[in-house]
Design a protein around this ligand. Structure first.
Ligand SMILES: *Cc1c(COP(=O)(O)O)cnc(C)c1O
Length: 434
């Protein structure tokens, strides 16, 4: 045992920080890390601490989970590039004066949805909040008990309603709500309904003795119908796909058809089935969209130029009928099973030396983000004995997979074909961790 006096003096914080420069982290961060390691009397841990910090930053990963819109992985994958230049976010080139932030994208989204007008806010939760505040503050809003739902942990219809200043009126029962239930709610003495809200219960399904009232029926009521369709399917016919709409989409409400059925407004997310950036879209009657735009909350919920530009690009892609190749989500959906199988076989063969158990396997992908709950689409991927998840996450870039019964499963429908080589590389160096 050595006496304390014999111990080597620890390096200076600055010297240790500089020795970590290869991590690529900025010097002030490395100083914090170096100080932490020295204070813990564990200089050796500094490199590991720097690496651990680097891995807390936003970083691109390969999504091999088979969940195409993975909320933890940013939902719809999006390619968007923008130059560092001024753009006409709120400028009218025709007049040279201030223009509307909502005009450029609003007109394209309206055209896509078959709506008179459309506007954009930060996300769909904000869209619902703004619609309720602008159209129903201090008034009543009937909602079916079967649609008073929680979506994604923090979007709860009764809570959003409360924050908006509108009053929720429960209608019908959890499993069955008929048009007559709405009529009775509207006719109740003292009820001052501004709108009826219909919410797509995106992330769950009730089966069995179930009845809901359609938008077409609700549109016969005396107040406007607002439909939160959530997922952002634009047209249930999916004209941008080469074939007929995939069967897993059958239960998803679409903007075009919901407005066609008589909804006064629809709201939906930009980063679910729409396949664009995080945004919330409000589309429908021009007078109602206008009231939303004029409400003071609209300023607090407005999107930045980066999101508007990405959303404009996505909308143009649909209108140009390029969605199946240029919107990553729809490219994944449209990938033929035979092509996925071929990739899976090639991938399994490429890693056979390090993982003799690797094999191409039929799998089921999920749309994700609460769309089409309980419904899957056929896929192909690779399974390998042992749980390689932690090891795959340590690869750079990390590969996110699933495991079941001590087997690792990598679904290729959610992996871009150009990333297959990354998966091979990650697997080759991966080993099970206990
Ligand atoms: C996803 C979803 C929301 C929340 O949308 P965000 O864009 O995540 O804010 C609200 N309503 C429905 C029906 C949804 O599916």
């Amino acid at each position: 045992m050595s006496a304390p006096g014999d111990r080597q003096r620890p390096p200076s914080v600055d010297a240790l920080a500089r020795s970590l420069a290869a991590s690529g982290l900025p010097h002030p961060i490395l100083v914090d890390i170096a100080r932490g390691a020295i204070d813990a009397d564990d200089v050796e841990s500094a490199t590991g601490r720097a690496e651990a910090f680097r891995r807390t930053l936003l970083t691109p990963v390969v999504n091999a989970t088979g969940v195409l819109l993975h909320t933890n992985l940013g939902r719809a994958p999006l390619r968007h590039q923008q130059a560092a230049t001024a753009q006409t976010v709120e400028f009218d080139l025709a007049t040279g004066t201030r223009g509307s932030r909502q005009r450029a994208v609003g007109q394209l989204l309206a055209r896509l949805c078959g709506a008179e007008a459309a506007m954009v806010v930060n996300n769909n939760a904000a869209a619902v909040l703004l619609v309720l505040a602008a159209l129903a503050e201090g008034r009543d809003v009937p909602v079916s008990r079967g649609e008073s739902v929680e979506i994604g942990g923090s979007f709860r219809v009764p809570d959003v309603m409360e924050q908006s200043g509108a009053r929720l009126v429960d209608v019908g029962t959890t499993n069955r709500t008929r048009l007559d239930d709405y009529r009775r709610a509207l006719d109740k003495p003292g009820v001052d309904a501004a709108i009826v809200l219909k919410v797509h219960p995106s992330n769950y399904r009730v089966e069995g003795f179930v009845e809901e009232t359609t938008v077409r029926e609700l549109a016969t009521l005396a107040v406007p119908v607002v439909a939160d369709i959530g997922s952002g399917l634009i047209d249930s016919n999916c004209p941008w796909l080469p074939g007929p709409p995939p069967p897993w989409l059958a239960g998803e409400p679409a903007a075009l058809q919901t407005l066609g059925d008589g909804a006064a407004l629809v709201t939906f997310s930009g980063d679910k089935l729409f396949g664009g950036p995080q945004a919330g879209i409000i589309a429908g009657r021009a007078d109602l969209v206008e009231r939303c735009q004029r409400h003071p909350l609209a300023r607090a919920l407005r999107p930045g130029g980066l999101v508007l530009a990405a959303l404009q690009e996505t909308a143009l892609t649909y209108l140009d009928k390029r969605a199946v190749t240029d919107i990553a989500f729809w490219a994944m959906v449209a990938a033929p099973l035979a092509a996925l199988r071929e990739r899976a076989e090639a991938l399994a063969a490429a890693v056979a030396e390090s993982h003799p158990s690797a094999g191409a396997t039929a799998m089921e992908s999920l749309p994700g983000a609460g769309s089409a709950p309980g419904i899957t689409m056929p896929s192909y991927g690779v399974t390998i004995d042992g749980d390689l998840l932690a090891s795959l996450r340590r690869h750079d870039p990390a590969v996110i997979a699933r495991s079941r019964d001590d087997r690792t499963m990598l679904d290729l429908r959610s992996v871009a074909p150009s990333d297959d080589a990354v998966v091979v590389d990650a697997l080759t160096s991966a080993s099970p961790v206990s």
